[in-house]
Design a binder for this molecule. Structure first.
Ligand code: AMP
Ligand code: FES
Ligand code: ZN
Length: 312
């Protein structure tokens, strides 16, 4: 197959787009797609300072690479979740990426925060599934870092496969309040929040993987050990089968939802404006934000366990 742009020998074939690309044209194609999403969805502009959440995986490192190439002002944010060797290896990847390119990086280690908040410890003390504890903490530290550093936008590496799987899950149960918030751009609902954007929402995991390979970006290949068996993976698998028999399905599913259906849900679900958390000052719907409630729960349960052990 020949490159759709320059007619050289193609290295990659994208069935969903019925196109083939050589290496330089693919890199160009990929960046243009990201730029198009940024502009079309009004994610951010040249003057904005973007906080890029980087996990050490291929999507977020590819995102950082593209934003730099497109000339945006960025700082990376890495959260050390304390998930054993997986977290050590992902941190090393992020640090290697940023130091090789001399990019600013903020690192926060959950084990050093509050009473010690490494994901496995929080999950064990509160008997929550690790991903639930992890999600709540990630959200808080993303918001807090964006607010403290006075960033304009927070960007994550969620790709088309992530968004299609999430959409399928939300549609299968008609979770209207979740559909109301599933957008590539989330405007802040409080002055202490910043806009959240997903510039890769129309680029598939395969396209991102090809980009990282062609750019020689090193990343952690392993998934988080807690992800195995997650429902999200079942949805991804189902969508991949649909995609194989009908290329372009995933993109049409997400793109059309955002274009024509999302607003119906967004307008339908009334949203309260949050107040402020009594403990950390970040936006909250009750006296405490969900992060601070989680921290309180960890502290209480640890204290109770320590007391029981002393008494035993
Ligand atoms: P996930 O929830 O693991 O699918 O990750 C989705 C996005 O969240 C990634 O593309 C990153 O932008 C961000 N992210 C996930 N884990 C971390 C982390 N430990 N530190 C910073 N950003 C992260
Ligand atoms: Fe949070 Fe796996 S990344 S539990
Ligand atoms: Zn709080």
């Amino acid at each position: 197959m020949k490159c759709t742009r320059c007619k050289a020998k193609a290295e990659v074939h994208l069935r969903a787009h019925n196109a083939g690309f050589c290496r330089p044209c693919y890199v160009e194609y990929f960046r243009r797609q990201v730029e198009r999403s940024i502009d079309k969805q009004k994610m951010f502009g040249r003057d904005d300072h973007i906080l890029v959440a980087v996990s050490g995986g291929k999507d977020s490192l590819a995102l950082w690479d593209v934003l730099i190439a497109l000339g945006y002002r960025t700082t990376g944010l890495y959260l050390g979740l304390g998930i054993g060797g997986y977290s050590d290896r992902s941190k090393a990847m992020v640090e290697a990426f940023s130091s090789a390119r001399d990019l600013p990086l903020i690192v926060r280690t959950l084990a050093d925060e509050g009473p010690g908040l490494a994901v496995p410890d929080v999950a064990a003390s509160t008997r929550r599934v690790p991903c639930a504890a992890c999600g709540a903490m990630k959200r808080h530290f993303f918001d807090a870092a964006a607010h403290e550093g006075r960033f304009d936008v927070l960007a994550t590496g969620h790709n088309l496969d992530d968004e299609a799987a999430r959409l399928l899950g939300n549609v299968l149960r008609w979770q209207r309040d979740h559909l109301a918030r599933q957008r590539p751009v989330l405007e802040p609902t409080h002055p202490k929040f910043v806009r959240k954007v997903k510039p890769f929402y129309l680029l598939s995991e395969y396209e991102t993987a090809v980009y990282t390979f062609m750019r020689g970006i090193e990343y952690v290949v392993e998934e988080c050990p807690n992800a195995a068996g997650a429902t999200q993976l079942v949805y991804k698998d189902a969508l991949n089968r649909l995609e194989a028999s009908s290329p372009g399905t995933k993109q049409a599913f997400v793109k059309e939802f955002v274009r024509s259906a999302q607003a119906l849900f967004a307008n339908d679900v009334a949203r309260d404006t949050p107040g402020e958390c009594q403990a950390c000052g970040m936006p909250a719907f009750g006296a405490l934000c969900s992060f601070c409630s989680l921290v309180r729960e960890v502290e209480t349960k640890r204290a109770r366990r320590a007391a029981a052990e002393l008494g035993a």
